[in-house]
Structure formats: C-alpha cells, structure tokens
Design a protein around this ligand. Structure first.
Ligand code: NAP
Length: 241
C-alpha cells in the first residue's frame, strides 16, 4: 500500500497516480532521484538494486514516465549496465497525451568518452545523447554511429552548457538518475531544483559511496519538503530548493 502524506493525504493505487505525483512542477526543471540507506549509502557492492524495493521501483518508473530527458553519469551506466529506456504502452500513451515524445532520451555525461558502442546502452530502440567534450566528439567516431555526441566544453564537460543544450532541444524537464559524482557536480554549479530521496530501511556501513560523493560542497544548502510518500517500509521524499 502506497500512501502520500504530503502535500495531501491520498492513496496512490496506480501507475497513473504516481505519475501525477511526480509531474515536474515547473519548466525548466532539474530533478535528481536517489535511493539511499538510512546511513546515506547509495550503493551496496557497486549497485543500487540492494537498496531498492517495489515502491521505489514504481516511483523510479513514474519519474521516467513524466520527464523529457533522463540524465545520468557514465559511471552509473557502467556500474548498472544501463540499457535503452522502456515504458509500457499505457505510460507512452499518457506521454503523448501530455505532448511529450513516447520515450525520453537518455543523456549520458562523460568527460573521457569511456563508453563501449557495443554495450546494451546502445541496443535496439536506444536514443542516447552523449554530453561530452569537443575532444571526444572529434575522436570517437565509433560512438557517433550509435548516439548523438554533443560537445559541452573543450577539456571538461560544462554542466551548465550541457543542461542548456538539452533545454535548447525542448528537453526542459530533466531527471538525473545519478550517480554520486554527477550529483556533486550538479550541486557545485547550483543546477539541482529538486531532490527525490528515498530512504530504504537498511543500514549499510560506511564503506559505500554517499549521495554527493566525497569532498566539500560550496555552501550549506537548505531544501523544502514538497512531498512525502510511504510504502513498503520506505519513505519517498521530494525536496525542492
Ligand atoms: N542509489 C541510487 O539511487 C543510485 C543512483 C545512481 C547511481 N548509483 C550508484 O552510484 C555509483 C556510480 O556513481 P559514480 O559517482 O561512480 O558515477 P557517476 O556520477 O554516475 O559517473 C561518474 C562519471 O560520469 C562522468 N561525469 C560525472 N560528472 C561529470 C562532470 N561534471 N563532467 C564530466 N563528466 C562527468 C565521468 O565519466 P567518464 O569517466 O566517462 O569521463 C565520471 O567518471 C554506482 O555504484 C551506482 O550503483 C546509485
């Protein structure tokens, strides 16, 4: 049973209910979604799956279903063996009814271009933008055959330019699915509008990666709790700046 307690108390009984709960509140808008243990770990053994559960998975799919583009760090695509985005027919129909493409493209952030063009990321039905450097664009013709390469800086990826590129293509609402390093980079440049944080009822230990990776942030940031959903022993929060 999944119940939303904030902003109003309501049962969320269907995929459509969850999608409504996760509609982006503004345009443009950048949301980041993470599941973490009670002690802040975002992976166990290099994967997020041991932290997740059915309710978290349903929310993950609802966020995918309402967004214009999914942004993800290359490290997460490698660790989680990312494949093409899939949504069921009903979710695709609801997207079309909202004036969105049937499926959101995947935008992968990489400075080194360390992606294998034969990996499942570029499998049948894939729609991938690679947000990278001018050097990678000039050198990686093999990747250009399986994805669209976008130069967002010469030697490093300027995330402001990367998000600007997405918005100039009409991809105003973005969902970042991690990982820790990309999350920290986005916080460093003040691009995170909303943090969807799911707390799994697990204590993991300090050996695993934390939400914003190691290292300081430029300043203490305060967020406002915008919604609260509980189900399956998990607490699903939406914090907004
Ligand atoms: N709990 C969750 O919800 C959740 C969500 C996502 C991921 N995770 C976990 O997090 C781990 C992966 O996190 P991670 O920190 O290693 O990887 P990450 O943030 O996904 O990706 C790091 C890589 O992304 C590229 N990148 C990130 N920020 C960049 C920037 N500002 N400029 C240019 N490139 C940038 C670089 O790719 P190149 O090296 O190719 O240049 C970098 O090595 C995995 O274990 C995964 O399971 C958990």
């Amino acid at each position: 049973m999944t119940t939303q307690y904030l902003p109003t108390q309501v049962m969320l009984g269907s995929a459509e209910d969850l999608e409504r709960a996760y509609l982006h509140p503004t345009e443009p808008h950048l949301r980041v979604n993470f599941v973490e243990s009670l002690d802040g770990a975002v992976e166990i053994g290099g994967r997020s799956r041991p932290l997740g559960g059915p309710v978290d998975h349903d929310a993950f799919m609802a966020m995918r279903a309402v967004t214009d583009v999914i942004v993800v760090g290359a490290g997460t695509t490698r660790a989680e063996s990312y494949g093409p985005v899939r949504l069921d027919e009903a979710a695709q129909d609801r997207r079309r009814a909202r004036g969105q493409a049937a499926l959101p493209p995947l935008a992968v952030v990489t400075a080194r271009g360390d992606l294998d063009p034969t990996s499942r990321l570029f499998g049948p039905g894939s729609d991938v933008l690679i947000l990278t450097t001018a050097q990678v664009v000039a050198e990686r013709h093999d990747l250009a055959e399986v994805a669209e390469l976008v130069a967002c800086g010469d030697a490093y990826v300027d995330l402001g330019a990367a998000v600007g590129e997405l918005r100039s293509r009409g991809l105003q609402r973005a969902l970042c699915e991690g990982g820790a390093q990309l999350m920290r980079s986005l916080l460093m440049v003040g691009l995170v509008d909303e943090l969807c944080l799911t707390f799994a009822p697990i204590l993991a230990g300090s050996q695993y990666r934390r939400l914003a990776g190691p290292g300081p942030l430029p300043e203490v940031e305060r967020f406002r709790l915008a919604s609260l959903i509980v189900g399956d022993g998990m607490i699903l929060t939406r914090y907004q700046r």
